[in-house]
Design a protein around this ligand. Sequence first.
Ligand code: ADP
Length: 339
Amino acid sequence: MRFHSATLKLTLFYVLIAMAISVSFSFALFNISSKELGRGLGRQTGLMRDLPMERFQGGFVPNFEELRVQQLDESNGRLRDNLIYFNVLILLLSSGAGYFLARKTLEPIEEAVEAQNHFTADASHELRTPLTAMKTEIEVAMRDKKLNLDQAKVLLKSNLDEIGKLESLSNALLKLSRYQNESRTDFRKLSLSRLVVEAYQKVEPLAEEKNISFDNDLNDVSILGDKQSLVELFVILLDNAIKYSPNNSTIVIKINSTDDHVIATIKDYGAGIKASDLPFIFNRFYRADNSRSKGKISGYGLGLSIAKRIVELHNGKISVISRPGKGSQFTLKFKAYKI
Ligand code: ADP
C-alpha cells in the first residue's frame, strides 16, 4: 500500500481531534461535577450541623467538615477514574474509526494517482516508440559513409512520418487533458445533423481513399452543447468507422428522437470488436487486437476516451454493439433541446 504512511498520519490527525474534544469535555465535566458535588455536600454538612445534639447516637457528634472533605475526595477520585476509562475507550474507538475514515478518504486519491501514473507511463511509452525509430534510423545513416542524397531523402521522409505520429499523439493528449479539466460552460442550441455534416466533411477525404459510401438518415433535432467538441466527437466516431471498415463498404448514420432524447447511431460493416475487448475500448490507450495486429491502422487508443469525455460533458451516454467480422454500431444519446 503506497499510501500507508499518509493513512497513518491522517489516522493520527483524526485521533488527535477526537482526543482533544474528549479530553476538553472530560475536564469541563470534571470541574462542573466536582463543583456541584462540593456545593451539595457543603449544603448537606450545614444541615447536619444544625441538627439538635440528641439526634446523634450516644451524643457523638461527627466532624462534619472532615467527612465532607473525605466524601468529596472519594467522589472526585471515582469521577476521575471513570473519565480516564472513558477517554481510553474513546482513544481505542477513535483509532479504529480514524483508520477506517483515513482509508475511505485516501482510497479515491490513491486510485487517481495510480491512474495518473499508468497514464504517464503509457504516454511516455507511446512517445518513445517514434523517437527510438527516428534515432535508430539517423544513427544507421550517420554510420553509412556513402550515404547519397536519395537515401538521405528517404531517411528524412521516414523521420517526417514519425514526427507526424508524435504530433498527432501530442494533439490527442492535449485534447484529452483539455476535456478532462473542462466543465460544462456556455452551451448553445445546436442542430445535431449540422454537426454530423461538419464532421463528415472533415473525414470525407479518408472515406474517398477507401471508396466508402455513407447512407444518412438525419432528422433535424437540436441539443444544447459545445459545437467544437461535438464535431470532434463525430469526427472520432466517423474516423474509426472508416479506419476499421474494408474498402468499398458503407457507413450508416442515423439521427432519431424520442420525446425527451435525441439518438445518433453510426454503424459500420467493418472489422468489429471482440466481446472481450468491448469493456475496455473507452479506456485511455486501449487498442483492441484488430488494430494492434494490423500495424497499418494508425491510432493510439485515445480517440474513444476523448469521445466518452465529450459525451459526459454533455450529460449524454455512449454505447456500442459489435460483432467481430460483421461490424460495429456506436450509439449516442443526449437530452433533447426543448424551448
Ligand atoms: P484508436 O486510435 O486505436 O482507433 P480509439 O480509442 O478510437 O483508438 O479506439 C479504441 C479501440 O477500439 C481501437 O483500437 C479499435 O480496436 C476499437 N474500435 C474503435 N472503433 C471501432 C470500429 N468502428 N470498428 C472496430 N473497432 C473499433
